[in-house]
Design a protein around this ligand. Structure first.
Ligand code: HEC
Ligand code: HEC
Length: 374
């Protein structure tokens, strides 16, 4: 009797578990009531997105993504971003690895894809991709629209190698027809439109309301003395962080070809994580210089998620840089790899400054959240 009860409980829990993995058509928030406008008056309009490069915050990032973001396009992109149907076995969505409250990064060192295999790199944060000209840790893609379907096809991430199958699946899902109609004035679903909608959603992920952003407008009046010290160190000669994590996006100096004489390694650097790299990135241990927006919530850090805390990152730059043959010249001295010789107050100050890059409005913005009910 007991056993039978136990068995039926386990059948029920297994069924519940299976059900919870499968999303049915009725488990979406009423999509017609979704249009929390993306480009409302309190947030940047599409023109602002296009003009981000003229925004003093983003000077140095001329931007390259001339993507027309519309409300309806971004809404469709949001649903696609969080829909596990984009994976071959309906288990993994973009949001499984890119979590809003973690700045759209993954708190796990490596992410688990549709079949339980893990990725070989740490999933990156996503913010302000419209001012970015190169994506992925090895900087291999330059247009966000070219990137959008890569994870869908990827054999570890989502495994949806045949785009025709994806189109068929979405055609058989009742809510997509209306969403495509709204976004593209036609119900027809194509891979290009899927990529466009995902790109529109990602380009609507704008983070410009951190304490640093507020501070830039008021001469750092909202900063503590410690945060000011950290800010000055970050952008000064001693710690040199701002020479790579530059401009309002604290990312690579992103002029086409700019700052880096070899266009093929543009926006990347070797920061001496090890003497011999197992993953060579773009070229000889050179990896994308990532944006540090929301960095306090995007741990673990680096392409392989090797550092769990910002303190470990600072220790690396202070004292742990390995003299790799391709180490960036900024980390070289005639005596070998540079040591920053930061005092413990200075290290604490740098971390305090990095903490000012957290944008609570962005991390909690309903328009970026998962529209599916669980
Ligand atoms: C299984 C986990 C996983 C899934 C699912 C996933 N990603 Fe990623 N994402 C990653 C990893 C890992 C990287 C870094 C890959 C690399 O550098 O080679 C990444 C990188 C990115 C980047 C680059 C960010 C930058 O600044 O360069 C973007 C944008 C992105 N993903 C968007 C998406 C979209 C859109 C989807 C859904 C269609 C998606 N991802 C699905 C793990 C995932
Ligand atoms: C020569 C250019 C350069 C300089 C100078 C530099 N960085 Fe970096 N930074 C990079 C690169 C490239 C990466 C990614 C490396 C990798 O993953 O292999 C990175 C990664 C990071 C990360 C992890 C980002 C993430 O999303 O995982 C943090 C945090 C960081 N840097 C902070 C700093 C601080 C603080 C300083 C100053 C003490 C600094 N950086 C100086 C190029 C630089």
């Amino acid at each position: 009797m007991r056993l039978r009860a136990l068995l039926s409980i386990s059948v029920i829990t297994t069924t519940l578990f299976l059900l919870s993995c499968e999303k049915t058509e009725n488990d979406v928030v009423d999509l017609q009531s979704l249009p929390v406008p993306y480009l409302s008056s309190t947030l940047p309009s599409y023109d602002d997105i296009k003009n981000l490069s003229n925004n003093p915050l983003f000077r140095g990032n001329p931007g390259g993504q001339q993507i027309a973001v519309t409300d309806a396009g971004a809404i469709l992109g949001r649903v696609l971003f969080y829909d596990p149907r984009l994976s071959i076995n309906n288990r993994i969505s973009c949001g499984s690895c890119h979590s809003q409250k973690h700045g759209f990064a993954d708190p796990r060192q490596f992410s688990e894809g549709f079949g339980g295999k893990i990725t070989s790199r740490n999933a990156m944060s996503i913010a302000n991709p419209s001012v970015n000209n190169h994506f992925f840790w090895d900087s291999r893609v330059s247009r966000i629209e070219d990137l959008a379907l890569e994870p869908v096809r990827n054999h570890i991430e989502m495994g949806m190698e045949k785009m025709d199958d994806l189109v068929l699946k979405l055609n058989n899902t009742s809510y997509y027809k209306g969403l495509f109609q709204n976004a593209f004035s036609s119900e027809e679903i194509t891979p290009e439109k899927i990529a466009s909608a995902l790109s529109q959603f990602m380009c609507s992920l704008i983070s410009i309301d951190s304490r640093m952003d507020q501070g830039m407008k008021n001469g750092l009046a909202n900063f503590s003395e410690l945060e000011k010290l950290g800010h000055n160190l970050f952008f000064g000669q001693k710690a040199m962080c701002g020479s790579c994590h530059s401009s309002g996006n604290l990312s690579a100096p992103d002029f086409p070809g700019g700052g880096y004489s070899q266009p093929d390694v543009q926006g990347t650097a070797n920061i001496g994580l090890q003497l011999v790299y197992t993953d060579n990135g773009k070229h000889e241990g050179q990896f994308k210089i990532p944006s540090l927006r929301n960095i306090a919530v995007t741990a673990p850090y680096m392409h392989d998620g090797r550092f769990k805390t910002l303190a470990e990152v600072i220790e690396h730059y202070d004292n742990g840089v390995a003299l790799h043959q391709n180490l960036d010249s900024k980390f070289r001295t005639p005596q070998g790899a540079r040591k920053l010789n930061l005092s413990s107050i200075e290290k604490t100050a740098l971390i305090a400054f990095l903490n000012t890059l957290t944008d609570e409005q962005f991390l909690n913005d309903e328009r970026y959240s998962d529209p599916f009910k669980y």
